[in-house]
Design a protein around this ligand. Structure first.
Ligand SMILES: Cc1ncc(COP(=O)(O)O)c(C=O)c1O
Length: 372
C-alpha cells in the first residue's frame, strides 16, 4: 500500500457537494473580488481564531509583510525570528528592508526560546515573530511579558496552526497581530494561495486593508486615491467561499490529525528516535508530525522503499539560505537549529490518512529502518 504524504484530492472529494455549491454561487454572483464571501469569511475567521478583526490577503507571506508594515516596522529595524522555521518568516522581514535577527529555538518545543530573547535585544529591536511551528503554539506568555516590558511588537506566525490553542485560547488575538497562510496543504487550506492577518486592533487591520489594495484610502477606494504605497494582495471571492466551507470542518479534521498523532506517539514510544512534544498546556493543531532521527536520509529512503512518502521541514536552516547571506546580523551560531535541519523528518498526518497510519507505523518499526 502506498501512503502519500498528504491527499488533497481526498480533501476535495469529501467536501465536493459543499465546495461545488460555493463555486456555483460565486460564479453566478458575477462578483470575484471584495464581495460578500470575503466579508463573511473575515468575520467568521476572526471569531474562530479569537480576534476582533481579520483582513484577507493574497498569501501567508503577504500577511507577514503587510503585518510588519502595518505595525510600523521600518527598513533597518531588527526583527527577532526563530532559528528553526520555514524560511518565509525570515524572507518577509528582509522583504521590507528590516534585519531578521535569529533567536535559537527550544529543543523541547521547536519554537522560539523565550529565555534567549533578551540576549539579542538592541536599540533597533522593533518586533518579534514567534512561529507556531508544526502546529504547536509558541510559549506566548513569557514572550508577551518580555515584549511588553521592552516595548517590542509581537507578530505571530500561525501559518501552520489553524485551530491550535494555548491554555484554552485560540491564537488569533495573541500579540499585536497574527499572520495566517491558506496555502493548500495547510490545516485550513484554500485551493490556491491565500492568507490573512488577525488582530484585536481594528486600526491595524484597517491599515492592512488599505495596504492590500494599492494603499487606496477606505471610502475613497472607488475613486482610486492612494493614501500610501500599497500592493495588490487580495483574497478572492472563490477562495474565501471555499475557505468558509473548510472552516466548518476544521475542528473535525484537526481531531483526526490529533488521533493520528496520538497513535504515532504510542506506536513509537519505545523506538530510539526523537518524538514531537505531546500536548501539555497547549493543544497543537498537529500540522506536521516531526520525528528526529540521526540517519534521517537513510530512514527516509527506507520508508520510501516501503511506499511511505515523507517530507523534510526543513533541510536548510533559514540563516543558511544564500538570499539572506547579506542580511545576517551576526555570524549564525544556532546549534539546535542545525541539528534539527539534519535530523527532522515529517511523517504523513493528513486528515485523510485513514489506515495509512498503520502502514507508516509498521514501516518505521521494521528493525532495519531505525536500528532497533
Ligand atoms: C511558518 C510559515 N510562515 C509563512 C509561510 C508563508 O505562507 P504562504 O505560502 O501562504 O506564502 C508558511 C508557508 O509556506 C509557513 O509555513
Amino acid at each position: 500500500m502506498k501512503v502519500p504524504f498528504l491527499d488533497l484530492g481526498a480533501a476535495y472529494e469529501e467536501l465536493a457537494p459543499e465546495l461545488d455549491a460555493a463555486y456555483r454561487e460565486v460564479m453566478g454572483s458575477g462578483r470575484f473580488l471584495f464581495g460578500e464571501q470575503l466579508a463573511a469569511f473575515e468575520a467568521e475567521f476572526a471569531g474562530y481564531s479569537g480576534a476582533r478583526d481579520c483582513a484577507g490577503v493574497g498569501s501567508g507571506f503577504d500577511a507577514l509583510v503587510l503585518g510588519l508594515r502595518a505595525l510600523g516596522v521600518e527598513p533597518g529595524d531588527e526583527v527577532l525570528v526563530p532559528s528553526h522555521t520555514s524560511v518565509q518568516t525570515w524572507l518577509a522581514v528582509a522583504a521590507i528592508g528590516a534585519m531578521p535577527v535569529g533567536v535559537e529555538v527550544s529543543e523541547a518545543t521547536y519554537t522560539i526560546d523565550p529565555e534567549r530573547l533578551e540576549a539579542v535585544r538592541s536599540a533597533r529591536t522593533r518586533a518579534v515573530i514567534p512561529v507556531h511551528l508544526y502546529g504547536r503554539p509558541a510559549e506566548m506568555a513569557p514572550i508577551l511579558a518580555w515584549a511588553h516590558e521592552h516595548g517590542v511588537l509581537v507578530l505571530g506566525d500561525a501559518a501552520q496552526a489553524h485551530g491550535a490553542r494555548l491554555d484554552g485560547r485560540p491564537l488569533g488575538g495573541l500579540g499585536d497581530a497574527v499572520a495566517w497562510s491558506f496555502y493548500p496543504s495547510k490545516n485550513l487550506g484554500a485551493f490556491a494561495d491565500g492568507g490573512c492577518l488577525t488582530s484585536d486592533d481594528p486600526d491595524l487591520v484597517a491599515r492592512v486593508r488599505r495596504l492590500r489594495n494599492y494603499g487606496f484610502a477606505e471610502g475613497q477606494a472607488a475613486d482610486g486615491v492612494a493614501a500610501e504605497l500599497g500592493v495588490n494582495s487580495r483574497l478572492d471571492e472563490l477562495q474565501a467561499a471555499f475557505l468558509r466551507v473548510r472552516l466548518r470542518h476544521l475542528d473535525e479534521w484537526n481531531a483526526r490529525r490529533r488521533a493520528t498523532a496520538r497513535f504515532y506517539l504510542d506506536a513509537f514510544a519505545d523506538l530510539p528516535i526523537g518524538l514531537p512534544p505531546a500536548d501539555d498546556h497547549c493543544e497543537s493543531a498537529w500540522h506536521q508530525f516531526v520525528i528526529r532521527v540521526a540517519d534521517r536520509d537513510g530512514v527516509r529512503a527506507a520508508l520510501a522503499e516501503q511506499g511511505v512518502e515523507t517530507l523534510v521541514h526543513y533541510p536548510l536552516s533559514p540563516f543558511a539560505h544564500p538570499a539572506l547571506s547579506d542580511r545576517l546580523h551576526l555570524p549564525p551560531d544556532f546549534p539546535v537549529a542545525e541539528h534539527l535541519a539534519d535530523e527532522v523528518l515529517s511523517l504523513p498526518l493528513g486528515p485523510h490518512l485513514g489506515d495509512g497510519q498503520a502502514t507508516v507505523a509498521k514501516a518505521l518499526r521494521r528493525p532495519s529502518v531505525v536500528g532497533e
